[in-house]
Design a protein around this ligand. Sequence first.
Ligand SMILES: Cc1cc2nc3c(=O)[nH]c(=O)nc-3n(C[C@H](O)[C@H](O)[C@H](O)COP(=O)(O)O)c2cc1C
Length: 192
Amino acid sequence: MIRIGIILGSTRPNRKGPQVAQWVLDTAAQRGDAEFELIDLREHPLPHLDEPAPPMFGPSVHEHTRAWAERIAPFDGFVLVTPEYNGGVPGVLKNAIDHLCAEWTDKAVGFVSYGVSGGARAVVQLRTVCGTLGMADVGYQVAISVLTDFENHATFTPRDHHVAALNKTLDQVIAWSTALAPLRAESPVTVG
Ligand SMILES: Cc1cc2nc3c(=O)[nH]c(=O)nc-3n(C[C@H](O)[C@H](O)[C@H](O)COP(=O)(O)O)c2cc1C
């Protein structure tokens, strides 16, 4: 079965991200057409990129990079759950992406963003980053407002149109992850 990693891209104290990522996981788990797993960047602390060779030329020398590569390699596709910081991608998420290369290539990716204006500017940047890595970014996306979709600015209260948008996004991520399987089979990733 296709395996989809749901990556939570914020790590700060008091972050809103876990509520959004858990909703993505809970909604996805009801589908039955793929396996889904939550990947919290807090559980994979990485320094600012400190590998002597760029990831596309590997191999990685640091244990933290190899552990991150082993976490990401088995997945066929991803959903990136991202806030928007200062009009762009959170540094911690960009750094985690930059640590790897082959582990992302020929995999599908969808986006769930949140922010004052839905976090859409972070997704625009992530589409460029992911495309550069040879990922297939799907057209549907979910945009959540931290002003109107959190009760008392604290509790995430997803609406029906969010659920519909998430399922459309997951439909495409799963379909494209499946379609790209022959390309991944041509060049299997070896970590280390
Ligand atoms: C450093 C920083 C910069 C932010 N910049 C933006 C921004 O440019 N656009 C926006 O919509 N929200 C912005 N926000 C508000 C965040 O969308 C909001 O705090 C959200 O909860 C952040 O996600 P998190 O709680 O999971 O970290 C910013 C928040 C922080 C901490």
